[in-house]
Design a protein around this ligand. Sequence first.
Ligand code: SAH
Length: 337
Amino acid sequence: MNAADILKLYKNSENDALIAAADEVCRNVYGSKVYLRGLIEFSNICNIDCLYCGIRKSNKEVKRYRLSEDEIIDTVSSGTKYGFKTFVLQGGEDPYFTTPVLCGLVEKIKKINPEAAVTLSAGIRSCESYRLLKEAGCDRYLLRFETSDPELHKYLRNGVTLNERLKALDNLRKYDYEVGSGFMVGLPGETEETRIQNALLCRDYNFDMVGIGPFIPHPSTPLADALQMPLELAIRSVALVRLFLPEANIPATTAAGSLSSAGRERMLAAGANVLMPNITPVKYKKDYELYPGKICLDESGFECAGCLEGRVLSVNKFITYERGDSAGFLHGKSAVS
Ligand code: SAH
């Protein structure tokens, strides 16, 4: 389908037709496979003040934590025993995690599990930092652009511009990362046109991974009184992005599962092919509260992986423990070499 056909399907047809088309495209590339990523929320200390985020700097109600290096390494070791082949380290913008500290961590993880991919999600960093982290063995980087509307972006990110975010994404490309981005759906001030532009931006940047989640207002943020928009909008965005980027890895996000009990299954049926069980040590999980109602706070991510098996089967897919690089990224590599 060309872009005009995709947009026509998005704008003019029943949801079912859009979702069925996205599901078909996803299965043509990834079959019925769902890749698993072990998510480690390594710190909720954050130097910045995004209006939407529960762990923003100004939220004084957060009990702040930072995992020690030993805790991170122990979590990776447990994950390795369990069979995980991707570890995603996500955190607030915590100044303790300087480039040398993060590089040291990446190197240690790679020693424990040389086969595994290491993904970082640690905000905008300097070009040099991205270069050194890649050299240390980091494979992938996640940095959502959050919204493609430049005005809205600047407002929601407390003055940080969309251009700065996009520049960082360009820098990640330079150093040959598998680059992930994405956006929230249902932000106050967003329109249907914003959501279309979000998807087009993903296509233009040809992201290897795209995370899309519903925005869920957090009571201790300036957006506490924002309306909760229906999950449907995020599901439709997943389908639209899948049609634009057949080879991207697209997670069924935790936020979708938090807003609605079958939210992740609905994303998996609409073109998503990745799940990210949260393997952060249980005692810290509740304090990484980006939004209220986050699921699976009392169980370990390994228990979650068990529960996910059944959920995935309900949409005729199955979990695989392969490393699961994005098909587009692998094609690019073979074209270069
Ligand atoms: N500091 C890192 C990681 C941020 S947290 C960074 O800025 O990239 C990871 C993601 O959670 C964010 O990119 C955002 O899209 C999402 N998020 C934050 N607050 C949210 C909320 N209230 N509802 C839904 N998703 C939220």
